[in-house]
Design a protein around this ligand. Structure first.
Ligand code: HAM
Length: 437
């Protein structure tokens, strides 16, 4: 066997390892999301990362997500499968498979895969948190769903997120609108960019989303969906707008908001972070969809949901200087200068008592162990030297500017550099630490 070239031992393009402390910040973000949505009755669903390709084709056979970016391949048994590019299709597949009681309110978190051109905020493996509700037609649900995303951004501390709102109308409205948009762009095809013309041939609505300057000019006077709305769709949209007004959630109506997936109808929305570069500032999006359940062999069922991009949200948090993530430091660090048994037994006992405790393996000098204690971020070091061992005691040394307890006196073990510390009976250690921490 020859050695593989070194580059094979790097992450794939567009994929990243999430190291500490970013990893614990992500976990805290998902935990906060769970709290927000569970308080509204949503329950967690974890669909698999891999599904039959057909599940994802329902996302839209004219979308880039399906035609260009899917990680699809042939499984060992010859079936065509794919890594999920998003979670909505898998949730609807699960709904059709399990037929839960309606309404079905679920939330999820996890990785998705799209073979995109990577840049800051755009990755080939990225994480989303989201919700989906199956089986409710009421526009007040649209308000609830949007309000939950808003509540979550607010709970993170983000202040520069804007909500863009649109409706694509009923299925037939959307078809009429697509025809109107196609006619408009075909008449002005010469003014469009070449990429714009290619998009026009495949999916006219997506041209509305083009960021190219030539296309923007033609998009500016394209028809708006409001001209094609049926009375039912218009009333639905009015009720959603009124609900957001009533809850004090600010939004901008954006008649050109079409979203990148094909399954939407009626309410669509997107959240943009003004603290991020305009090219990758969408930190979440969603809307109503129909036909997904039917397409997968289920009964006609209304659906609505959103997915929020965790990677971009954290970039927005950095840009706004909010949500630094939890303090992951441990409570206690045990410094053992007498052979290691005390470190072994005390860390175990402290963890049994519900505290977080760490130590340095392989012993080492006082200096080396104190350095490790500082690096751990622990608030208190528990020192065991020959004197303490003999007396059945330990020394508590506050770290990280932790205020010493009244009556504490400088002790001898290890030269505390003038910092206040005190000796306590080893049998009392847990109670003493409980008072101190
Ligand atoms: P989406 O707009 O494709 O919608 O993705 C939602 C969010 O995921 C985006 O706003 C963005 O924050 C993040 N995102 C998407 N692609 C990437 C990427 N390559 N790198 C980093 N972040 C990314 C959906 O996925 C729908 N399933 C939303 C939905 C749920 N609609 C109804 N229910």
């Amino acid at each position: 066997m020859t050695d593989a070239p070194a580059e094979q031992f790097q992450t794939l393009t567009g994929m990243r390892d999430v190291l500490f402390p970013e990893s614990s910040r992500r976990r805290a973000l998902v935990q906060l999301f769970a709290e927000v949505v569970e308080s509204a009755g949503y329950r967690e669903l974890s669909p698999p990362l891999l599904e039959h390709l057909g599940v994802f084709l329902r996302v839209g056979e004219t979308t880039d997500v399906v035609t260009k970016e899917m990680y699809d391949f042939t499984d060992k048994d010859g079936s065509r499968i794919a890594l999920r590019p998003e979670l909505t299709a898998g949730v609807v597949r699960a709904f059709v498979q399990h037929r839960p009681l309606l309404p079905w309110k679920v939330w999820y978190s996890g990785s998705n895969f799209r073979h995109e051109r990577p840049q800051k905020g755009r990755y080939r493996s990225f994480e989303q948190v989201g919700v989906e509700v199956l089986g409710v037609d009421d526009p007040d649900l649209d308000v609830e769903v949007i309000a939950l995303a808003w509540r979550f951004y607010t709970a993170l501390g983000l202040r520069q997120v804007r909500l863009l709102l649109n409706t694509l109308g009923e299925h037939s409205d959307r078809e009429r609108y697509t025809d109107a948009v196609r006619a408009h762009f075909e008449a002005r095809a010469a003014d469009l960019s070449e990429a714009g013309r290619t998009t026009l041939a495949r999916n006219p609505l997506r041209v509305l989303d083009s960021k190219r300057p030539e296309d923007r000019a033609v998009v500016a006077d394209a028809p708006v969906v409001a001209d094609c709305l049926s009375p039912g769709a218009a009333a639905h949209f009015e009720r959603v707008s009124a609900g957001l007004d009533a809850l004090g959630i600010p939004y901008t109506e954006d008649p050109r908001l079409v979203r990148g997936l094909d399954y939407y109808r009626r309410t669509t929305f997107e959240f943009v972070a003004d603290a991020l570069d305009a090219a990758q500032n969408a930190v979440g999006g969603g809307g109503r969809y129909d036909r997904l359940a039917e397409d997968m062999g289920g009964p006609p069922t209304d659906g609505i949901g959103f997915a929020l991009g965790v990677d971009r949200i954290l970039l927005a948090c950095d840009a706004e200087g909010v949500f630094p993530g939890p303090d992951a430091a441990c409570d206690v660090f045990v410094v053992d200068l007498v052979g290691g048994e005390s470190a072994r037994d005390l860390t175990h006992g402290l963890r049994d008592a519900g505290m977080s405790a760490d130590r340095r393996f392989g012993g080492g000098s006082m200096k080396a162990q104190m350095k490790a204690a500082d690096r751990s971020g622990a608030r208190i070091a528990v020192l065991v030297g020959p004197d303490e061992l003999e007396a059945g005691e330990v020394t508590l040394r506050p770290l990280r500017g932790h205020a010493p307890t009244a009556g504490s006196a400088p002790a001898d073990a290890g030269g505390g550099g003038g910092r206040e510390q005190r000796r306590v009976r080893r049998d009392d250690l847990i109670d003493e630490l409980r008072n101190e921490l």
